[in-house]
Ligand binder design. Structure first.
Ligand code: OFO
Length: 164
């Protein structure tokens, strides 16, 4: 393998984090769907698909580098949310945690002089910047549109689904 042990390990951890991120979005999509927010639900289903791709990208990289990619176990994810807005608060928190995990992988690459993996991880840096921006924009819309009446809920559902 062209990966040192510590790098292989942290990449497998990142692969699990991305896989969990996919399942977290899936649970959010289902919650939105059953609460009548059809547009943001389909937006979240798409996010779940994207995270699955992020997971596969790391998974395949490990294999390409001659390492052992471990199929992640499926963890419990949050299924219930306090409110429409709360879904997006949790989504932002999750994205911030993913960004921190990405940064840890890069720090490890630097410590190990693994520039190939550092270069590979730069794609995630760009992606996370975009995803955090989108998650913050969704929360901003709750400041602009009143979620406490039906018309506001309808408008929020529409506008948030157009982000990104
Ligand atoms: Fe947004 O989690 Fe993937 O990178």
């Amino acid at each position: 393998s062209s990966l040192v042990e510590g790098i292989e390990k942290i990449l497998n951890l990142q692969s699990k984090i991305e896989s969990d991120a996919s399942n977290k979005y899936l649970a959010m999509a289902a919650w939105l769907d059953r609460n009548g927010f059809a547009n943001t639900a389909s937006h979240m289903y798409k996010q779940a698909e994207e995270e699955r791709e992020h997971f596969l990208k790391v998974f395949k990289y490990i294999t390409d580098m001659g390492g052992i990619a471990i199929t992640p176990t499926v963890s419990e994810v949050q299924q219930e949310f306090a409110s429409f807005k709360n879904v997006f608060e949790i989504a932002l928190q999750n994205e911030i945690a993913v960004t921190q995990a990405v940064n840890k992988v890069i720090a490890k690459c630097r410590a190990e002089n693994d520039y190939a993996t550092e270069n590979f991880m730069m794609w995630y840096v760009v992606e996370q910047r975009e995803e955090e921006k989108n998650a913050r924009r969704a929360l901003e819309l709750f400041e602009l549109i009143n979620e406490n009446d039906a018309a506001g809920k309808f408008e929020l559902d529409l506008q948030i689904s157009k982000i990104g």
